[in-house]
Design a protein around this ligand. Sequence first.
Ligand code: OGA
Ligand code: MN
Length: 285
Amino acid sequence: MELIDLSAHIGTEVRGIDLTQPVADADFARIRQAWIERSLLLFRGQRLQPDDLVEFSRRFGELEQPPASERSERDAAGMNGRPEVWLISNVVENGKPIGSLGAGEAEWHTDMSYIDAPPTASVLYAKEIPPVGGNTSFASMYAAWSEMPSTMKDQVEGRTAHHDSSYTSAGELRKGAAEVVDVRAAPGASHPIGRRVPDTDRQALYLGRRTNGYIEGLDVAESEKLLDELWAFCTRNEFVYEHVWQVGDLLMWDNRSAIHRREAFDSSARRVMLRTQVRGERPVA
Ligand code: OGA
Ligand code: MN
């Protein structure tokens, strides 16, 4: 097994591992440590069935099922065979999307930060990939926190942000959600902006997503301005790794210390990914 870093601050490729086979404990310990320290793992050339994906993901903790609002109707009906595995796809069959997120851009976000205990890890496995587009980028929120200018850090240290649950990262209003007119009254959850990850004892910037975010205790106008500055800073190229997908790639990210976005792709192309996530704990400062 070989570990190769993908960029300065985030991502490590794990080579020489076939995830259809049980991973030896010693290898798994190195893999887990790399995931903790580098926030993102890449395994290429995998040929996985949903069961293999569940088996591997489960070693990182208990799996969590996606909420119904994250899942297409058809996928929720168990088309994929396993309730812990869901589909991220733009493919439409018989007039219904088989998966979630469509073919548009997905804004920078961390998964499900709008619940009290957001998932620790998310796993995405590529079965079908369009010839161009649909790249997924990741940014290190450890690096963003540690390189943040003190003038900015002083404004957020000790503060909490509210994370809105109304919209998906693809900008769609979730089933049953109402449009947000006042960010202070949006549904969702509040979390510390400087999040300490117990596994590393490092602080990560934890903002969730820009849409309807709100820094508690500030005027809405002040919060909007500061959030714009924070987002512009933490998505700078120096913190980012952009992944160009190949069929058989598996990415696993630490949802506590990384954010991600997906660029749009041609909606007539097929993109089909399997997805799992590991249950998390309430973020701490
Ligand atoms: C996700 C996600 C991005 C992509 O699965 O949480 O944001 O590239 N996916 O499909
Ligand atoms: Mn996501």
